[in-house]
Design a protein around this ligand. Structure first.
Ligand SMILES: [Zn+2]
Length: 546
């Protein structure tokens, strides 16, 4: 019997006594997690700190069965008992995670995480290093999984070492990242280290910048190596934003889904950031990213935003500021759409060149910023809509910076653009968050003229295509929609939005079954993850758990 198993039996045998003095929920959750996960060290660390937090920060607050009146110096019985047990277990397991410093323990009292409907929700707040520490510590396991998927994808796709990419990324980016973002990235590493999951600054930077490195920088490098043409990579998402006479209440409504490879790191995190300076942010992200990446965000400045990539884009400036760093700065620092766009344009490196759909719920304005490398498209209005399906709307960007054929409806981006315009026309004056959910889960194929979940539907299922027609080079590519999010003015004012994990329509994906049916993707076997069917759920800034 392992030390962990011995500990669990001891814990269960003594649970009745412990329930009297501390919250039942904490014990149940600890035991449940320990039963299902072998990575006990991190979980127990997190629970130990959570317990200290509850006992030390709310001297007069009733917590379950106990009115806590504890200070760090006079730990009450419940906290002491569990802490002692956890320390015993940690010792027995030979945990390598170092003891937390007083500062670190204090930082963790401000942060928390919980899981809901397939998502991991995390709240962080404070100075950048503190935010980073909370993030790295509480999500160490998920960040490690994200890095593993990213590393595997890179080494298989590029035939070069991960360590080589880390060196290149550091040399290119470190000096371009502002001090606050860099401090938060360093804090993440410190937090992971404290949780017993080591990483490095170079790794966290390359991981945060992976989209712009893999899809924008690397194709330019590959052109030099191959001395010839390289197909630009595609990343596909579907989004719209509407306001004024388009929507049921005349307010701003925004919807977005993410299409990506199922083997890649997955954007399963909802993060609530309360920075020392700047605006509070609630956004979707990948574990350990300081920006969104998918992108979907709201801020307490009243801004909402999402993007779809500019399809077939080519170009990258290695001397510019990485996109991930600009996006975080813009979202945290901007008080209106114009400021947000100005920050994004400053030092633009062309990485992750997107069409940003933005809304200001205070003015009911919406805007589209198409940020190419050489050209920029911008439009703003108080009545109407913008859609995103990976076709550049700005003709100069389209002609000079992409390889797209905007009228070939066999192409997914063209078919989805046509479908978006159909939906906007059919729903004029009626658009709200409920219709937005249906749009993001839409399966109509505008080329075939019928319901067909696949390469051209807004809710993408490229994996279901046995004979793809145009866009994707191979059948059954495990690529498609992995989420959906919607928000309107009312929700944004309450700092909340609705989200669905997995396909926007709720279709589950079974990794083992997929690999058995399509063994050509064997290389993904260690990173391809199943996604069960989940329901829509609402998230709000500051929520504890449901
Ligand atoms: Zn679907």
């Amino acid at each position: 019997m392992s030390a962990a198993e011995e500990f669990m039996i001891f814990l269960e045998a003594n649970s009745e006594e412990m329930v009297r003095v501390i919250r039942t929920e904490e014990i149940v959750q600890t035991v449940k997690l320990m039963k299902t996960k072998r990575n006990t060290i991190q979980i127990m660390n997190a629970n130990r700190n959570k317990l200290f937090e509850e006992k030390t920060t709310s001297p007069n607050k009733t917590t379950g069965h106990l009115t806590a009146a504890c200070t760090p110096k006079t730990r009450c019985l419940g906290g002491f008992l569990v802490a002692a047990l956890l320390c015993f277990a940690l010792g027995s397991l030979g945990a390598e995670a170092p003891a937390l410093t007083q500062d670190q323990q204090s930082w963790l009292t401000k942060a928390n995480r919980h899981e809901k409907a397939g998502w991991v929700y995390v709240h962080i707040e404070g100075i950048p290093r503190e935010c980073g520490f909370q993030y790295g510590y509480l999500l160490a396991k998920e960040i490690a999984q994200g890095i593993k998927a990213t590393r595997t994808d890179w080494e298989y796709g590029s035939a070069t070492k991960w360590s080589w990419l880390l060196e290149k990324a550091s040399a290119m980016f470190v000096r371009k990242i502002d001090k606050e973002n860099l401090a938060e990235l360093d804090g993440i590493i410190e937090g992971m280290q404290a949780a017993g999951v080591p990483s490095s600054r170079a790794e966290i930077i390359a991981y945060n910048a992976y989209l712009e490195l893999d899809l924008y920088w690397w194709p330019e490098e590959l052109k030099k190596i191959k001395e010839g043409k390289v197909n630009p990579a595609h990343q596909s998402c579907s989004a719209f934003i509407a306001t004024g006479s388009m929507t049921a209440d005349g307010v701003v409504v925004l919807g977005h889904n993410t299409m990506q490879g199922y083997w890649s790191a997955l954007p399963s995190v909802i993060i609530d950031i309360v920075p020392e300076k700047g605006h509070r942010i609630l956004m979707q992200t990948y574990p350990g990213w300081i920006h969104s990446g998918t992108d979907f965000f709201i801020t307490d400045a009243g801004l909402v935003g999402a993007e779809t990539t500019i399809g077939g884009f080519e170009g990258f400036d290695p001397k510019g500021v990485p996109e991930f760093s600009r996006m975080r700065r813009a979202t945290q620092d901007a008080t209106n759409i114009d400021q947000w766009c100005a920050i994004m344009k400053r030092g633009n490196n062309g990485g992750y060149a997107n069409a940003w759909l933005l809304g200001d719920v205070n003015t009911r304005e919406i805007a589209r910023l198409e940020l190419g490398l050489k050209y920029v498209g911008f439009e703003k209005k108080r009545d109407g809509y913008f859609v995103g399906s990976n076709v550049a709307e700005d003709l100069k960007i389209l002609r000079f910076e992409t390889t797209d054929h905007e009228t070939d409806i066999r192409e997914t981006e063209v078919a989805r653009r046509v479908r978006w315009k159909q939906l906007m026309t059919q729903n004029t004056g009626r658009i709200d968050v409920e219709s937005a959910k249906l749009f993001e889960a839409d399966h109509f194929d505008a080329y075939l003229g019928e319901e067909h979940p696949g390469e051209r539907s807004l809710c993408g299922h490229v994996d279901l295509e046995r004979r793809p027609i145009q866009q994707w080079p191979e059948p059954n590519w495990p690529f498609g929609t992995v989420d959906a999010k919607v928000v309107d003015t009312k929700m944004a004012r309450q700092m909340s939005f609705a989200a669905r994990w997995g396909a926007a329509c709720g279709t589950a994906f079974d990794a083992q079954k997929f690999l058995a049916e399509h063994p050509q993707y064997e290389w993904m076997k260690d990173i391809l993850q199943s996604r069960p069917s989940e329901s829509w759920t609402t998230f709000a800034a500051g929520e504890q758990r449901n």
